[in-house]
Design a protein around this ligand. Structure first.
Ligand code: ADP
Length: 283
């Protein structure tokens, strides 16, 4: 017997404390203006560069600015990590068995549409193609969610906003974002920060001192330059933060760079050695 499908890693964020976010450009102003007009937003950029943290920060910020009626929302941000088995049903909802009866249960997208939360579909191109239908109906002027299984045509709550993310680096012909979908979103492009800003992020997030943070940011920049030598991925800000956390936890900087950068970014021995050489020079 096949196990029941995972309904997507939907997480409702209570956002009690401010998610710290260091702006890299005008993304906060753009997002605020997009939200004011309830325009859907696409966050484009490589993995681990701050997209999720940005949405969490914006949800917190907009929730704080909202009138008291909206502040009763239990979860102002609902995040779904999309994966290749994720279907429209996982997003919208399904009938579940409860005792002798079947009871309708809203999926994460429907919960957001009903309650007026921000719904963040992370890595949306990973999901099954049938999710496009619901995304499209919510992103044109109708702002409707058709719930096929119950026959309901749900009008989005006035505060609902759809945010999706997409990593063009993973792009394959099969998994590209279709123009018909892409052209429904305001697109904010993210990239890894400058050395100076990345050092601030690493310092804040990991607790290492300013000097170590600066070194890790420089290592990050140099490792990303290896991309020109056929190494595509680079290293994410997330991994540099992990490296800092290991150092702050007492691991030697060299060993921390080995396990959280060199071995984390590639299995290719030559590239691992190239990363180790960069670390040797900069530490
Ligand atoms: P993505 O969603 O792009 O894969 P995340 O938002 O999860 O990446 O970022 C990974 C980590 O990097 C975050 O948890 C945070 O520690 C850090 N980070 C990256 N950019 C920023 C930023 N501009 N401000 C604050 N933290 C950041």
């Amino acid at each position: 017997m096949t196990p029941p499908k995972k309904p997507g890693d939907a997480a409702g964020h209570r956002l009690r404390a401010e998610p710290w976010y260091l702006p890299l450009g005008d993304e906060i102003e753009i997002f605020e203006a997009a939200y004011a007009a309830r325009l859907p937003v696409l966050l484009k950029g490589p993995t681990g560069c701050g997209k999720t943290r940005f949405v969490e920060h914006m949800a917190w910020r907009l929730y704080r600015q909202a009138d008291t009626e909206r502040r009763t929302l239990e979860t102002p941000l609902i995040t779904v990590a999309c994966h290749e088995d994720l279907t429209a049903t996982d997003l919208v909802g399904r009938f579940l068995l409860s005792g002798d009866e079947t009871v309708w249960t809203d999926g994460p997208l429907t919960r957001a549409v009903r309650s007026g939360a921000i719904c963040y579909l992370d890595e949306v191109v990973e999901a099954r193609k049938d999710t496009t239908v619901v995304v499209h109906s919510l992103t044109d002027h109708r702002r409707l969610l058709p719930i096929e299984k119950t026959g309901e045509l749900l009008d989005a709550h006035p505060d609902f906003q759809l945010v999706i993310s997409y990593n063009p680096g993973y792009q394959s012909v099969l998994k590209d974002l279709k123009p018909s979908t892409r052209q429904r979103f305001v697109s904010l492009e993210f990239d890894y920060p400058s050395v100076e800003l990345e050092a601030q992020i690493i310092g804040h997030e990991s607790g290492v001192g300013a000097q170590d943070a600066q070194r890790l940011a420089l290592i990050g920049a140099k490792v990303r330059n290896l991309r020109e030598h056929g190494f595509e991925e680079g290293v994410s800000t997330r991994l540099l933060v992990y490296t800092g956390q290991l150092i702050a936890g007492g691991i030697s900087p060299r060993r921390a760079c080995d396990v959280a950068i060199a071995r984390a970014v590639t299995d290719d021995r030559e590239v691992q050695q190239a990363v180790a050489d960069i670390v040797d020079v900069l530490l």
